[in-house]
Design a protein around this ligand. Structure first.
Ligand code: ADP
Ligand code: MG
Length: 262
């Protein structure tokens, strides 16, 4: 097999159960397999509680599955030394819905960027300003002394993306990154992510309950229901001509939108 054929990230039969407060077993993810290739976007869609975030956290190495394997570049997480595992985790960066929660309110933008850039040599200010520029916080140098609360919600989400980018990841797992943002910000952030993907060939796993975002943004889609992937394929196959009744119901619930609308 050539290296081109090895997926960037592969989940093989991963499962994860939780115990509820009442002591019941919750099968959050059941024997899910999913591959993400370099530079592509895979949308993970499904209603709330279907296991999307849990699967995303397993992919990021933040949750260890009870069963199954996660492979980055064909190497199983379980086979890695703790140092190699830390490096693998660096290659995959999260962007969560609530940027505010992931940004220490007492740290300036400079300090927040310095954390993400700590593995780089050279001037943090120069590097950080360039990345801030690239996410549309321009000129980046003028943001360095600000605190998170001095930014708007949209600017904070851009800062969260800038921090993820500073690590130079091969994959970004974005978990509902646009929920709660107003429509104009959603369009801007989506377009930013698309531009960055083109420039740096980053792969995305885009977790969303919003089918219109998945359609506008993804190459492939996987539909989750009660912890399982019930349907997957190209966006056209899955989100335009779905075979599964559940996917049809999800689609029926969303207004028509296309890429141009962003
Ligand atoms: P989604 O992101 O699709 O809304 P989640 O992965 O967050 O779904 O949750 C899947 C199921 O697992 C839900 O029933 C949720 O309540 C449960 N769950 C998720 N995380 C935990 C946890 N840390 N402890 C207990 N139950 C959890
Ligand atoms: Mg979720």
């Amino acid at each position: 097999m050539s290296t081109d054929e090895i997926p960037l990230l592969e989940l093989r039969n991963v499962s994860k159960t939780f115990r509820s407060a009442a002591g019941e077993t919750i099968h959050a993810v059941r024997a899910v397999s999913l591959a993400v290739r370099r530079g592509e976007t895979v949308a993970l869609v499904g209603e709330s509680g279907s296991g999307k975030s849990t699967l995303g956290r397993i992919a990021l190495g933040l949750i260890r599955p009870d069963a199954g394997e996660v492979l980055l570049d064909g190497r199983s997480f379980a086979s890695l030394s703790s140092r190699a595992f830390r490096e693998a985790r660096q290659a995959m960066q999260p962007v969560f819905q609530d940027a505010t929660a992931s940004l220490n309110p007492r740290r300036t933008v400079r300090e927040l960027m310095a954390q993400a850039l700590r593995r780089h040599g050279g001037s943090v200010d120069v590097h950080a300003a360039a990345i801030l520029d690239s996410v549309g916080l321009r000129p980046g140098s003028q943001y360095l002394d600000r605190l998170p609360h001095e930014l708007s919600g949209g600017q904070r989400q851009r800062l969260a993306i800038a921090r993820a980018l500073a690590v130079e990841p091969a994959l970004i797992v974005a978990d509902e990154p646009l929920s709660g943002a107003d429509v104009s910000i959603r369009g801007q952030v989506l377009n930013l992510l698309l531009d960055l993907q083109e420039a740096r060939s980053i792969a995305y796993v885009m977790i969303t309950h919003d089918i219109s975002i998945a359609r506008a943004f993804a190459d492939r889609a996987a539909v989750m229901l009660r912890g399982e992937i019930v349907e997957s394929g190209t966006v056209d196959e899955v989100l335009v001509e779905p075979k599964h009744e559940y996917t049809r119901r999800l689609l029926a619930a969303v207004p028509e939108l296309d890429r141009r609308a962003w």
